[in-house]
Design a protein around this ligand. Structure first.
Ligand SMILES: [Zn+2]
Length: 264
């Protein structure tokens, strides 16, 4: 019954007209929106209407929560899942907390003897297991406008949430076949190793070196590059590009956007 009610509510939200002010914000603030086909844009707007209505939005550190913040964040969240039917609307995300700029989080580490060490650490985004997404609006907007190269903190944190949907954050999201898991493991570990070697030799990498932190960060950073610089990824790491295309189910994403150098 609850499922039926929820589905009806979702259908109503998706069918409602998308406000013109929202459309204007999307067009002016979300660079990736222009990379989608009209059919994809239409589905994205419908998904966003549901996502915005179902999540709890909280401004922190003095940030006033506005439609603009909700639209920019939800556009990226919903782009990732536009073609992944099972994970649409992120069942493991209840709330989204947004700070005006980078913020400080306390990292707690248990030391030998039970001593708890608390170290302040600067953050621009976090995805908590069984908890919220936390974002810095300044960095969200820079990524959305294409002002921070291939970096896009919103795509990054929501990719972590997709990863977590299949259990721990281990760099392997839910895939649809044993063969897909095998290919994923082969391609991801190969490119992870290649990245470590490149970094060791101070070579240029198409992926932000932060990807070398661990497999979960590798997936999150590779996702950012896949969406923000698809043609670069396609040229430099075609197998990785293909595996991500199979997961996100965008056809011709890199070729479709090869001519777009904007946002660099
Ligand atoms: Zn991360």
């Amino acid at each position: 019954m609850l499922g039926w009610l929820r589905n009806k509510k979702r259908r109503d939200l998706m069918a409602a007209p998308f406000p013109q002010q929202w459309q204007t914000i999307l067009e002016n603030r979300v660079w990736l929106y222009h990379m989608l086909t009209p059919e994809e844009q239409q589905r994205l707007r419908a998904d966003m209407a549901v996502f915005i209505a179902e999540k709890s939005w909280e401004g922190c550190g003095g940030l006033e929560m506005t439609d603009e913040v909700k639209l920019v964040v939800s556009a990226h969240a919903c782009m990732l899942t536009l073609n992944i039917e099972n994970n649409r609307y992120y069942p493991n995300v209840e709330s989204i907390l947004v700070y005006p700029t980078g913020y400080t989080s306390i990292a707690r580490t248990v030391r030998p003897g039970g001593f708890i060490e608390e170290v302040p650490s600067a953050r621009i985004g976090e995805a908590w297991h069984a908890g919220p997404i936390v974002l810095s609006w300044e960095d969200v907007l820079a990524g959305s406008l294409g002002h921070s190269g291939a970096n896009n903190v919103t795509l990054h944190e929501f990719a972590h949430k997709l990863d977590m949907l299949s259990g721990g954050a281990d760099g392997v999201p839910e895939l649809d076949s044993d063969a897909a898991y095998t290919t994923w493991a082969e391609v991801m570990s190969h490119h992870y190793q290649v990245l470590l070697i490149h970094i060791h030799h101070h070579g240029h990498t198409v992926l932000n070196p932060y990807a070398a932190t661990n497999p979960a960060e590798f997936f999150a950073v590779a996702t950012e590059t896949y969406f923000m610089r698809p043609h670069h990824l396609l040229e430099a790491m075609p197998e990785l590009y293909t595996v991500l295309s199979a997961y996100y189910r965008y056809t011709g994403w890199g070729a479709q956007n090869a001519s777009h150098g904007a946002g660099v």
